[in-house]
Design a protein around this ligand. Structure first.
Ligand SMILES: [Zn+2]
Length: 387
């Protein structure tokens, strides 16, 4: 296959040996059919002066977008895309060998402008950065990359070969060798020297059981390193910190933040609603800036569900305003929605709870409290009430 023999071939003339509808069996091809995380190549077939997009679907059968009836055709490869994939693919081999040496297990690869590797194993952020550094060193050294075929029974002669035997069905195995670094069984298309990658950058690392790294190469990698260094220095200089102090600084900040959050949680738990009687209805109300939404909501619903009560409250942070009402007072919702739209707020909710936000949450609570009380006296007032 020409894409193996000369992966740098950008166009070729081939013969059409068989035809079935819009599918052609060709004498050879430069189009990689895809596999091993490397997507299929894109290309154009020129046949009788006309252009068709063409895709290799396997075993030299090609799918052509249209009907072309020539005996010979020229195939032109979308080279920019393929070259990016070849380089990214070889970068993936180089990088992942370092992680495998530390016990990582490959899951899934998806190559592209930004490539992704999903894997498992006890790998830390330091390991990732170390593997990135060493990958960049090998790129700089310009290590050679070569390929050769072996028989399945020769595998034992290559103890360092990275291979997923359960996935290998063929008798012949293609081995990709990165000089002095890695042997890997792979059917993809690769470059012949690591220097072609130019540069390499990990742009994302997701921890957890199923880990994922995303990387870029070439110009994009260079830009990424540049931007990362710029934003780090901006962070440092604004705070008058050295590079080795910044991590500590952020950790302290996080710890302090956690303490504050806990204090706010405790304050929310201890918070008591004010109560006023409006006719037969208990009106509970509260405005508590930075209170924890969920805790206050739970309390409000508890009161509304078990008492003849309407609960009105606001939280300063993000200007949340809420109402919870005993299901026997459905009119409370309309009063809430009415005031909300009058104060240009937005909101909604299910059952006997509605939440929304307005610009001035404190004022909203005061206003709504008055409205609810008036309405309550109108509908449910008695001689013991205020009416
Ligand atoms: Zn490969």
């Amino acid at each position: 296959m020409l894409y193996y023999e000369n992966p740098y071939l950008k166009s070729v003339e081939v013969e059409v040996e068989e035809r079935k509808g819009n599918k052609c069996l060709l004498s050879d091809t430069i189009l990689y059919p895809g596999g091993g995380g490397q997507p299929p190549d894109e290309g154009i077939a020129i046949c009788n002066g006309e252009e068709f997009s063409i895709k290799h679907i396997g075993s030299l059968w090609h799918e052509i977008d249209g009907i072309c009836k020539c005996d010979k055709m020229k195939i032109i490869l979308n080279w920019d895309r393929r070259y990016l994939l070849m380089r990214s693919h070889t970068a993936e081999h180089t990088f992942f060998r370092f992680l495998e040496n530390k016990g990582a297990k490959m899951g899934k690869i998806a190559l592209g402008e930004v490539s992704s590797i999903i894997f498992q194993g006890d790998i830390s952020a330091e390991d990732i950065l170390d593997a990135e550094k060493r990958t960049r060193e090998l790129i700089k050294e310009g290590r050679n990359v070569s390929t050769f075929w072996i028989n399945k029974d020769e595998i034992r002669n290559y103890p360092d070969l990275r291979i997923k035997l359960e996935r290998i069905k063929d008798e012949k195995i293609r081995v990709v060798k990165i000089e002095g670094h890695d042997l890997s069984a792979c059917k993809g298309v690769h470059i012949s020297n690591l220097s072609e990658i130019e540069d390499f950058a990990i742009v994302h690392f997701r921890m957890g059981k199923r880990k994922e790294v995303k990387f870029v190469i070439g110009e994009m990698a260079r830009n990424y390193h540049y931007r990362a260094s710029q934003s780090l220095r901006k962070l440092m200089w604004k705070r008058n910190l050295d590079m080795d102090k910044i991590e500590n600084y952020l950790e302290n900040l996080e710890n302090e933040n956690e303490i504050m959050r806990k204090a706010l949680r405790d304050a929310s738990k201890d918070a008591k609603f004010n109560v006023e009687k409006c006719g037969e209805i208990e009106l509970h109300y509260l405005f508590l800036p930075y209170a924890e939404k969920k805790i206050i909501q739970r309390k409000a619903l508890e009161i509304a569900n078990h008492n003849k009560a309407v609960v009105v409250y606001g939280i300063g942070e993000s200007n949340v305003v809420c109402i919870a009402y005993n299901p026997s007072y459905p009119w409370a919702r309309n009063e809430y929605m009415g005031l909300l739209s009058m104060m240009n707020g937005r909101g909604g909710g299910k059952g006997n709870f509605v939440s929304g936000s307005v610009e001035d949450a404190k004022k909203f609570v005061e206003e709504l409290k008055k409205i609810i009380c008036e309405k309550a006296l109108q509908l449910h007032g008695d001689e013991n009430g205020y009416s």
